[in-house]
Ligand binder design. Structure first.
Ligand SMILES: Nc1nc2c(ncn2[C@@H]2O[C@H](COP(=O)(O)OP(=O)(O)OP(=O)(O)O)[C@@H](O)[C@H]2O)c(=O)[nH]1
Ligand SMILES: [Mg+2]
Length: 305
């Protein structure tokens, strides 16, 4: 690094994305970074970690803070996820409230807005999923959301169609102070490799299960090591569920479901790690773990260790 780049001044800072579960926060983070750094699913409460993702341009470094969806908690895990999302609002330069344009503005959004209002950060209303049909005109949605909180700016975009991501970058970077980059330019996320591996496995379970099962799943990596001779990463992981009946669902008839989860996860892991992957998955029951603070901490969910 030359002296010139070491002291290069860019617009740099931290930008939190908060909102209701399923609003599209993690999809937006992936679209902005241009890489899959966060897992995504059609089930609410997919994200269980606060995650930093780094978006560099020649003139800015935006550190995006993806957070778990804010919701009414029903157990210790839910409380921990909310706590983690609210903590992310501290010490950020910009707080983005992400709203799904295809959904009406509701009580949950009012609660999220109250927390955003309590920060000293700049506030941006991000209306996403603009590719989906909206039952009310966008102007009405903006007026409804602006009634909850005075925003400094509004961005309408679609993370799926990559529509107006440049608008988001322009608005947000103009709000950041001048300073050095916080992270090296080649870095895209602050998540340790083992966490990403566990999350990619959990993502596959989320896509293939429904009702209470997605919420009851936790994934732990038991062992992970690289075998140089075979250019293969060996991963032994356990999928935990809360009940015997859920274990049956995740294993599937004759092991078909866990096999499918394993095949899909292995593909993603090979892309992530750049090696061949041998993935061994066990499915075990840990009764009511979502009410057990110690177990939540062992999985590293919420604020983590
Ligand atoms: N059509 C459309 N779907 C989207 C868009 N962004 C996200 N989705 C879908 O919305 C669902 C939820 O997306 P996520 O990114 O996981 O939402 P999230 O806000 O991170 O959810 P939590 O982590 O549970 O808080 C997924 O099925 C996505 O594919 C978008 O711009 N357009
Ligand atoms: Mg998410």
């Amino acid at each position: 690094m030359s002296d010139e780049t070491a002291y290069e001044q860019v617009r740099s800072g931290f930008v939190a994305l908060v909102g209701r579960p399923n609003a599209g926060k993690s999809t937006l983070v992936n679209a902005l970074v241009g890489e899959k750094v966060a897992i995504v699913s059609d089930k609410p409460q997919t994200t269980r970690h606060r995650l930093r993702a780094i978006l560099d341009t020649d003139t800015s470094q935006i550190v995006l803070v993806d957070t778990p969806g804010l919701h009414k908690p029903h157990d210790a895990l839910g409380e921990e996820l909310n706590r983690s999302a609210l903590m992310a609002l501290r010490d950020v330069d910009v707080a983005c409230m992400v709203l799904d344009l295809s959904q009406p503005v509701g009580g949950g959004d009012r609660w999220v807005a109250a927390h955003v209002a309590a920060t000293s950060a700049k506030r941006v209303l991000v209306l996403t999923k603009a590719d989906l049909p909206s039952v009310v005109p966008i102007e009405k949605r903006i007026a409804d959301a602006s009634g909850l909180l005075a925003f400094d700016d509004v961005v309408v975009l679609s993370a799926k169609e990559l529509f107006n991501l440049e608008g988001f970058v322009a608005v947000v970077s103009s709000m950041l102070p001048l300073g050095p980059r916080f992270f090296p330019r080649e870095m895209t996320s602050d998540q340790p490799e083992e966490v990403v591996v566990a999350e990619l496995i959990r993502e596959k379970v989320l896509w293939h299960t429904r009702d209470e099962v997605p919420h009851s799943v936790g994934v732990a990596i038991d062992e992970m090591r690289y075998d140089e001779g075979r250019d293969t990463t060996l991963v032994h992981a356990t999928i935990y569920v809360e009940r015997d009946s859920q274990q049956g669902i995740v294993v599937g008839s004759g092991g078909a479901m866990v096999k499918r989860i394993g095949t899909e996860a292995r593909k993603d892991l090979e892309t992530l790690l750049g090696t061949k992957v041998y993935l061994d998955l066990a499915v075990r029951v840990r009764k009511d773990w979502r009410s057990d603070g110690a177990q939540i901490e062992r999985f590293g969910y919420g604020e983590g260790l």
